[in-house]
Design a protein around this ligand. Structure first.
Ligand code: FAD
Length: 517
């Protein structure tokens, strides 16, 4: 329902959160917030950016943004709001790099904490037998990469894009082409410092406050704000062989992917994507790759068919080039791709990991980065992936000109299942990511409404066919759906909420719990 008072406020049936920001909410700023003593400071004006995210679909205006300079700025603010009690209605959202998709880092008429302002402690690399890096929760992964490389080290598990914060990805999972081997980023953390919804500052790890540690990892920001993380590292190679090959049969493609994620001594990164009705794109994606057989490759035509691209990478140091080439040759000989479509590129380790940033620069220059992003990310059990592919690619999704569709399996046997993250039951699961961009004013197939409707068709199909799918970066609008998402883990999730954030102050933009008024 909408309020006819000129503010354009519309409320969801289940959660009283507006889908459009009011013009101003500054009249309701509690005086006590303004007079708090802090190392950092509050902003009450020009804070519209905190009502925006990468999704660019939901916009909830806060009343204040905290720029913390110390952990105590965060703990004292939360403690203060906690002490005000329920009637105060104030909520708090940590905002990492604001790259959520549906307002998850926003707080309607609440306080947004700009985590990137928290620079303490400065990064520290421990170089012992189990190397690690200590970082602030607001640190960007790209900065961690550059810092750890100074010691010849690197985190093990990544996301495809590195301009995201540690707190933001650890609140979800952090999945990429390395997850089949190392698990997601949430499985590569030794220790956290967390400010709970009561304002307490707690250190937690597998051995200390373990319930909070596992709760916070993949916990969608519900139990505490991550102010510091100790992340495990490995020796970093200097270079990367980056390879793409094509398939026209989904079953052959997915068999090869599954073979690779189960092989010892395999590639270091394994992903893949779907190409539906995209002849132009074919030339695009291979432009920076050299074909193994240029003449044959130039004759390759997709004929408008659906193609599946397997993408692999092997890290190496220049002195080991011969051994690595042999190793790659052997791995490729075990695959069944279309032989003329082997494309290879050699790039530095940093160039490879930071590859999406190049696309960002290009899209920004064309004004196409800040458009709405109605993304849909699904985790699908291996036993149902073929059926999903048959029914979705080419039928529900008839072309993918709106953005890439990633698809790759991960080996869950190597994942720690004590975190809050929810996954399908089976040992091998696929991440399928529909990474669409929408043109705001379009009413066609590249318009926001069309893409949202298409996403809903995919979800409806999954539900009807009972595929046992779970959303990644989940988004629901009522608690029944959240309960269904968490399934047997729901009770634990609720218990942790009442233990660590009993007034439901934290991360209101996830729309899981609502602060009692
Ligand atoms: P925000 O959007 O700022 O916050 C996300 C959530 O975490 C919010 O609920 C927020 O309140 C909470 N939060 C933020 N900081 C903290 C903290 N310190 N403590 C507690 N809670 C906190 N994900 C993958 O797994 N793999 C990928 O390959 C991948 N690629 C991506 C590529 C792009 C271009 C984009 C835009 C996103 C991608 N993502 C990927 C999704 C991304 O991991 C999440 O959207 C992540 O939450 C973004 O991090 P952020 O720092 O922007 O977090």
């Amino acid at each position: 329902s909408c309020i006819p008072d000129g503010t354009n406020l519309c409320f969801n049936n289940s959660f009283d959160t507006p889908t459009i920001s009011p013009r101003s909410a500054s009249s309701s700023i509690p005086l006590s917030l303004k007079t708090q003593t802090l190392d950092g400071y509050f902003s009450f004006e020009n804070i519209e950016y905190a009502a925006k995210d990468f999704g660019n679909i939901y916009h909830y205006l806060p009343i204040a943004v905290l720029h913390p300079k110390s952990v105590s700025d965060i703990s004292s603010t939360i403690k203060h709001i906690f002490d005000m009690g329920s009637p105060a209605k104030l909520t708090v959202a940590a905002r990492g790099h604001g790259h959520s998709l549906q307002g998850q880092a926003q707080a309607y008429q609440g306080v947004v904490i700009n985590m990137e302002s928290l620079k303490r402690p400065s990064m520290y690399v421990g170089t012992g037998e189990l190397p690690y890096v200590d970082v602030s929760g607001g640190e960007l992964w790209i900065n961690i990469l550059h810092e750890t490389l100074k010691y010849g080290l690197s985190p093990k598990s990544w996301t495809d894009y590195l301009h995201l914060t540690v707190g933001g990805t650890l609140s979800n999972a952090g999945i990429s082409g390395q997850s089949f081997r190392h698990g997601p980023q949430i499985n590569n953390v030794y220790q956290l410092e967390v400010v709970t919804g009561r304002g307490e500052v707690l250190t937690c790890s597998e051995k200390q406050n373990a319930d909070l540690f596992y709760g916070v990892l993949g916990g969608l920001g519900q139990f505490g704000i991550i102010t510091r993380a100790r992340i495990s590292l490995r020796p970093a190679e200097k270079m990367v062989k980056w390879i793409r090959v094509l398939y026209s049969e989904f079953a052959t493609f997915s068999n090869d992917q599954e073979h690779l994620i189960s092989s010892e001594n395999s590639f270091d990164y394994i992903e893949g994507f779907v190409i539906i009705n995209r002849t132009g794109l074919l030339n695009n994606w291979r432009s920076s790759f050299n074909p193994k057989d240029p003449i044959q490759a130039s004759q390759f035509s997709s004929d408008g068919k659906i193609l599946y691209c397997l993408e692999m990478a092997k890290y190496f140091n220049p002195e080991d080039t011969d051994i690595i080439n042999q190793n790659i040759e052997k791995l490729l000989s075990e695959l069944n791709y279309i032989s003329s479509t082997l494309f290879l590129s050699e790039v530095s380790y940093v160039e490879f990991l930071d590859r999406v940033h190049l696309s960002e620069i290009k899209l920004r220059s064309k004004g196409l980065w800040e458009v709405p992003h109605p993304w849909l990310n699904l985790l699908i059990p291996k036993s149902r992936i073929l059926y999903f592919a048959q029914e979705v690619f080419g039928k529900i999704v008839k072309e993918n000109s709106n953005g890439p569709i990633l698809i790759y399996p991960v080996n869950k046997a190597r994942w720690n299942n004590r975190t809050s993250m929810v996954t399908p039951e089976e040992d091998i699961i696929y991440l399928v990511a529909f990474l669409s961009s929408a043109l705001p004013s379009s009413t066609g197939t590249d318009g926001l409404q069309h893409i949202i409707t298409q996403n809903q068709h995919i979800l409806d199909f999954c539900a009807k066919a009972q595929l046992g799918v779970k959303q990644y970066l989940p988004h629901y609008s009522n608690q029944d759906e959240w309960q269904a998402h968490f399934g047997p883990q729901w009770d634990t999730f609720v218990q942790r909420k009442s233990a660590y954030d009993p007034l439901a102050i934290l991360a209101p933009g996830q729309r899981i719990f609502q602060k009692a008024i």
